[in-house]
Design a protein around this ligand. Structure first.
Ligand SMILES: Cc1cc2nc3c(=O)[nH]c(=O)nc-3n(C[C@H](O)[C@H](O)[C@H](O)COP(=O)(O)OP(=O)(O)OC[C@H]3O[C@@H](n4cnc5c(N)ncnc54)[C@H](O)[C@@H]3O)c2cc1C
Length: 335
């Protein structure tokens, strides 16, 4: 370890088209907890070209916000963003750096860790502080998800981790928290700008990400086919919910990969989670057990999903869901 004193927790705040991503707010919640355990400050670092409402980062737990703002950061480009984040870390010398395990986070984090010559634990699902030596305990699935490994980076600083969206809880927003904002400048030269964004192609009919949905109607192998899945979609539409699924359904090509819940899919925490025809394999439960209210529909009363359900319905889903749809429709008509 070099002689520089590393102190504090720093969260990289991901913005897309100036919109702060949820995962960054979740990381501020975890970062606040870690900073309090270590009795240090929590910083939020944001890079972009048109940065707005950064005081929200203080409201979500940051003690100070570091802003790098320049037209050259209009689009995410690995080289320029990695240079800016490296510069912030080399100036602030935090002992912990947290980054969301999104496509951008998974791209920038290894670049930065290589530049600052430290370790990186990717795709963590849990973080804590070792009470004996204050090292960061970084836990993630290993060996194809069959075991959970806790990793430390005791020889180098900062300790860096990427964390999956939906895993950590946000800090309860407090608008009375003081807003402390610092501007940091980074020299971006022509050599850094060797990628030019010619056009941005946006996904049409952008769905709400399953991590952000308040209600999820999730289908498993028990759903059987596309026709039955469309009944689940009808229920979801009535409830203003999103459709998700177990890996079995994704493997069968009934839903897209970005709809998969579980250890190798997404971690979700909706207000209500409907598990329809899902057995409750450990890898599935790992991704949804923190949902506020779980309703399980399964024709096998021994199914493990009932162990985590708040409400269990032992029945054929093809009978229950159409009844539920009719009931909701009739209530809507009365209202
Ligand atoms: C390394 C690894 C990572 C994995 N990652 C994930 C992951 O991220 N997410 C994930 O989901 N899985 C994951 N899996 C797979 C996981 O182990 C299970 O195989 C999978 O979750 C099973 O999906 P399922 O519950 O839909 O299907 P099944 O286990 O086949 O269960 C189907 C259920 O539907 C019920 N059923 C059938 N017909 C009806 C009906 N008409 N009405 C009501 N109920 C009915 C059955 O009783 C049964 O309980 C992973 C596995 C491994 C090894």
């Amino acid at each position: 370890m070099n002689n520089v004193k590393h102190e504090g927790v720093l969260v990289y705040i991901e913005q897309r088209e100036s919109e702060i991503q949820n995962v960054s707010l979740e990381l501020l919640g975890k970062g606040r907890e870690l900073a309090d355990k270590l009795n240090v400050k929590l910083s939020a670092a944001i890079i972009g070209s048109d940065i707005k409402n950064v005081e929200i980062l203080n409201h979500y737990g940051a003690d100070n916000v570091i802003v790098v703002e320049d037209k050259k950061f209009e689009y995410y480009i690995t080289k320029t963003y990695a240079k800016a984040l490296t510069s912030i870390i080399n100036t602030e010398n935090p002992e912990i750096v947290l980054i969301g395990a999104t496509s951008i986070g998974r791209d920038i984090a290894p670049r930065v860790s290589a530049r600052i010559k430290t370790g990186l634990t990717a795709d963590c699902t849990s973080l804590d502080i070792d009470e004996e030596d204050n090292n960061l305990l970084m836990t993630r699935p290993a060996f194809g998800g069959n075991i959970m490994a806790t990793i430390t980076c005791s020889e180098h600083r900062p300790q860096m981790a990427t964390v999956r969206p939906g895993v950590m809880k946000k800090f309860v927003k407090d608008e009375n928290r003081e807003s402390v904002i610092k501007y940091h400048s980074v020299d971006i030269n022509e050599n850094d700008m060797d990628v030019e964004v010619l056009e941005v192609v946006k996904e049409e009919d952008k769905k709400i990400s399953i991590e952000d949905a308040k209600i999820l109607v999730s289908g498993g192998r028990g759903v059987g086919n596309k026709e039955n899945l469309s009944v689940l979609s009808e229920l979801a539409d009535l409830l203003k919910a999103e459709v998700s699924g177990s890996r079995a359904v994704i493997d069968e090509g009934l839903l897209e990969k970005d709809r998969q819940v579980g250890q190798t899919g997404k971690t979700v925490r909706p207000d209500v989670y409907f598990a329809c025809g899902i057995s409750g394999a450990i890898q599935h439960i790992a991704g949804m057990e923190d949902s506020d209210f779980i309703i399980a529909i399964n024709k096998n009363k021994e199914a493990a999903i009932f162990d985590v359900a708040d409400l269990g319905i032992v029945c054929d889903l093809n009978k229950v869901i159409p009844c539920l749809i009719e009931e909701i429709k009739s209530h809507k008509l009365k209202a």
